[in-house]
Design a protein around this ligand. Structure first.
Ligand SMILES: NC(=O)C1=CN([C@@H]2O[C@H](COP(=O)(O)OP(=O)(O)OC[C@H]3O[C@@H](n4cnc5c(N)ncnc54)[C@H](OP(=O)(O)O)[C@@H]3O)[C@@H](O)[C@H]2O)C=CC1
Ligand SMILES: CC(=O)N[C@@H](CCC(=O)OP(=O)(O)O)C(=O)O
Length: 352
């Protein structure tokens, strides 16, 4: 890989699920050195106290968040925080010369009015927000490479968009017919305690939520509209399933050309993602399982056509904490630094 000077990086929100995935992956990344971990209620704790299994390789203590100190130590900063905090920190970090990768929704929206409607908050960072690039490398690789600030999409949106993008971008489906049925493991909700995530609530149960009003709808529609070249509305229904990690999005959409068969879709998808090292298009009749993606930054995509309904059915799986979160942010950092896109990112999981 050559002689890289190691880039000093910081993680704010290091105690959470996104934070710990970043720590775990960056410890093995040959281009970076983790020099700062920041948190709120966890500040002052040794990282090994929070995550004892990492004690042998992470000798750092979570520090209170002091942006001047962060910027003096770090050249790149990951923000892995609840929505509404990154936009209070990113302008300062950018002004001090840091690259910023935000894992929350704060920098994903081109239109801040849309953000306010769905997330609330009083945004005063219009100029900063205008600089942000949407951090989905498979669609916006060149822009990410030039960016100082990246708003990384989360697990549901990433997995759904990777399934839809080739058909939408090439005008092969009627966009408004797209229905996304998505299912996530409980880690998608983060580490903070919540009643619906208790084992006794979530186990042996499958539950839809946010039906017709989940905050990922406007985000999916923003990117679908960009790909289609006009305003697009889609149907998106998330479900919580009784497993820890993994996300499956099954997407249905009406084909404009009813003559297309699944082999055509395999050719179309393989061509669309030929330069995307983390996308695996499956052979005819093979459908993805969440287990395959667990522990990896890979998105597996299976395609099918139902000739009775003329619908394409696209099935896409990711590990919500890696390609859907921390891995994607590292993939973006690799591009921003001009490194191999795959550097430090796992492509092989532990299945079976
Ligand atoms: N989990 C997932 O699968 C995905 C999550 N995301 C997004 O990534 C972001 C992080 O998610 P996740 O890691 O799951 O969340 P967690 O709840 O696991 O972690 C949240 C982190 O934010 C910190 N934090 C909370 N409140 C404050 C505050 N007021 N000031 C400073 N730090 C604070 C916590 O620190 P402390 O413990 O010290 O209080 C903790 O480190 C969220 O925006 C989420 O939507 C995106 C994609 C997928
Ligand atoms: C199971 C679960 O609760 N999942 C989260 C989504 C996690 C995710 O996609 O993150 P972003 O919100 O940052 O995009 C939810 O539905 O809110």
């Amino acid at each position: 890989m050559g002689d890289l000077g190691r880039l000093p990086v910081g993680i704010i929100g290091a105690s959470g699920y996104g934070g710990v995935q970043l720590v775990r992956l960056l410890m093995d990344h040959p281009g970076v050195e983790v020099v700062y971990l920041g948190g709120d209620s966890s500040a002052g704790k040794a990282y090994s106290e929070l995550y004892p299994h990492l004690g042998h390789c992470v000798d750092l203590t979570i520090e209170p968040i002091d942006l001047d100190l962060v910027a003096s130590r770090c050249q790149a900063v990951f923000l892995s925080l609840p929505n509404g905090l990154a936009y209070q920190m990113a302008p300062t970090l950018l002004a001090k010369g840091c690259k910023v990768l935000d894992l929350s929704a704060d920098y994903r929206f081109k239109n801040l009015e849309t953000y306010k409607v769905w997330y609330g908050g009083d945004r005063q960072d219009q100029e900063t927000s205008a600089l942000a690039v949407y951090g989905l490398p498979e669609l916006y690789r060149d822009r990410i490479a030039e960016a100082q600030l990246v708003g990384c999409p989360g697990c549901y949106v990433t997995t759904s968009l990777l399934a839809l993008a080739p058909l939408l971008k090439q005008g092969l489906i009627v966009p408004e017919t797209a229905i996304i049925d998505a299912k996530s493991g409980t880690s998608g909700a983060g580490r903070t305690a919540k009643t619906n995530l208790l084992l006794s609530e979530a186990d042996n149960s499958l539950a839809p939520y946010g039906v017709a009003r989940h905050r990922h709808i406007p985000e999916i529609e923003q990117i679908c509209s960009d790909l289609a070249g006009h305003e697009v509305m889609v149907q998106f229904t998330p479900h919580l399933i009784p497993m820890v990690r993994g996300l499956l999005a099954t997407v249905y959409a009406t084909l404009r050309d009813p003559g297309l068969v699944r082999e055509d879709l395999i050719t179309i998808y393989s061509a669309f993602y030929r330069a995307s090292p983390f996308i695996r298009i499956l052979p005819a009749g093979t459908y993805p399982q969440t287990k395959w993606a667990c522990g990896t930054n890979v998105c597996y995509i299976g395609v099918e056509v139902d000739p009775r309904t003329d619908r394409a059915i696209i099935m896409s799986v990711t590990d919500n904490l890696i390609k859907g979160q921390a891995g994607q942010a590292i993939q973006c950092l690799n591009l921003m630094m001009g490194w191999e896109e795959t550097l430090g990112l796992p492509q092989l999981g532990f299945y079976p």
